[in-house]
Design a protein around this ligand. Structure first.
Ligand SMILES: [Fe+2]
Length: 163
């Protein structure tokens, strides 16, 4: 299965968001590795981690859009909710599926396509509005990141969280 390569074309130019998107890409690649290893426990652990990190990322992104007064906030948030429902449904299918690796592969392909398309289109559209407020909102950004992710920069290294 193909690994996703992180390239400049996926960057919005907003460091904190680019870092989170890169982290999600790393999780999708970890999922690919887990599927190739045929390690069912690891597949489930990565899927769960991917879901919870992505939900936190969406919360942060939406708060940032609100702070910036971004006019498409409502429709963008709706896309996030639909994505969350889809991922929850896939996790349920995975738990009850007779072919867990087949379902995991489908989930992985969906995540890959959805994320890349979402970054390239909808996320790029909010970048201009958000970039205008970034320089005067560093304090708010640090506090919000700590509240949502429990640590600065929205970091969440999968390996470090496995202890
Ligand atoms: Fe988004």
């Amino acid at each position: 299965m193909e690994m996703i390569e992180w390239t400049h074309s996926l960057e919005l130019g907003i460091d904190v968001i680019d870092h989170q998107h890169h982290q999600i890409v790393d999780y999708i690649n970890s999922l690919t590795v887990a599927i190739e290893k045929q390690d069912e426990h690891l597949v489930f652990a990565v899927l769960e981690k991917l879901r919870s990190y992505t939900v936190d990322h969406f919360v942060f992104e939406e708060e940032l859009m609100l702070k910036a007064g971004y006019c498409e906030y409502g429709s963008h948030s709706q896309l996030h909710r639909r994505f969350e429902h889809k991922v929850s449904a896939m996790l349920n299918d995975y738990v009850s599926g007779s072919d867990p690796f087949g379902i995991a592969r489908k989930a992985r392909n969906f995540l890959h396509i959805w994320l890349i398309e979402h970054i390239r289109h909808e996320d790029k559209e909010y970048a201009v509005a958000v970039m205008k407020i970034m320089h005067r909102q560093q304090g708010w950004i640090d506090t919000t990141l700590r509240r949502i992710f429990g640590q600065p920069k929205g970091a969440g290294d999968y390996q470090n969280n496995q202890a």
